[in-house]
Design a protein around this ligand. Structure first.
Ligand code: AP5
Length: 219
């Protein structure tokens, strides 16, 4: 079976990662979250992590060539093992989108759908501010809609949850500005293709998942 390739596009905190994890499990896809990969490298103190940290902590984008090399590497590692890939938070610039097209064409692959999560700014800010993460297993919570069962402890690890350093209010506004300047133009870029699909990201996690499953099943 030919592998499928999906892009999840949308502002910071739109719910891309939440849905990508769920759908990757359900459909045996591999989620390529450039944000998660970069944070892993920051935690491990790798050379990439040291470079990435200076950008992430200020809400700036990591340079395109670094990101494209990283994605190419991950695609190579998982090709042939899964039914498809979800690019979560990638591409984020027109140059990354063009680079991705080239990478896929090298293997006679192409994007199947670009799914844009439309969420208003007020909701975005609330979701980011209230996001908490388990530092051990990386499970994502939300103090408003998906709080942990006890205090601020991870339901699985019983470790105290933390706030991502780029979820502090001043960095969130920088990330939003970068999104508008660099990533929002991708909406028009992909609208010119027949792959673009917009979903209402304001809905509940469960409702968004239903819409996405329909898109993946081609209903
Ligand atoms: P990255 O980690 O990709 O951040 P992002 O795109 O800003 O996305 P988020 O992880 O913030 O949000 P999300 O949409 O996944 O939402 P989530 O599901 O967690 O990137 C971080 C940084 O790394 C960047 O700033 C940059 O520096 C660097 N970077 C990464 N990729 C790069 C690239 N390609 N190029 C250059 N630099 C790059 O949900 C958010 C919260 O809302 C959670 O608490 C969740 O529980 C809750 N929630 C989710 N869905 C719903 C819902 N439907 N209703 C209510 N609450 C919900």
């Amino acid at each position: 079976m030919k592998e499928k390739f999906y892009i999840f596009l949308g502002p910071p905190g739109a719910g891309k990662g939440t849905q990508a994890k769920y759908l990757a499990d359900k459909f045996n896809f591999h989620q390529i979250s450039t944000g998660d990969i970069l944070r892993y490298n920051v935690d491990q103190g790798t050379e990439l992590g040291k470079i990435a940290h200076s950008y992430i902590s200020e809400g700036k984008l990591v340079p395109d060539d670094i990101i494209l090399d990283l994605v190419k590497d991950y695609l190579g590692r998982f090709r042939g093992q899964v039914n498809g890939f979800i690019f979560d938070g990638f591409p984020r610039t027109i140059d990354q989108a063009e680079g991705l097209n080239e990478i896929l064409q090298e293997n006679q692959n192409k994007i199947d759908k670009v799914i844009y999560f439309n969420v208003d700014e007020q909701t975005i800010i609330a979701r980011n501010i209230n996001r908490r993460v388990c530092p051990k297993c990386k499970k994502v919570y939300n103090l408003l809609v998906k709080p942990p069962e006890h205090d601020l402890l991870c339901d699985i690890c019983q470790v105290e949850l933390v706030q991502r350093e780029d979820d502090k209010p001043d960095v969130i506004s920088d990330r939003l500005n970068v999104y508008k300047a660099k990533t929002e133009p991708l909406i028009d870029f992909y609208k010119q293709t027949d792959k673009f699909v917009e979903i209402n990201g304001q809905l509940s996690v469960e409702q968004v998942a239903i819409h996405l499953e329909k898109e993946i099943n081609g209903i």
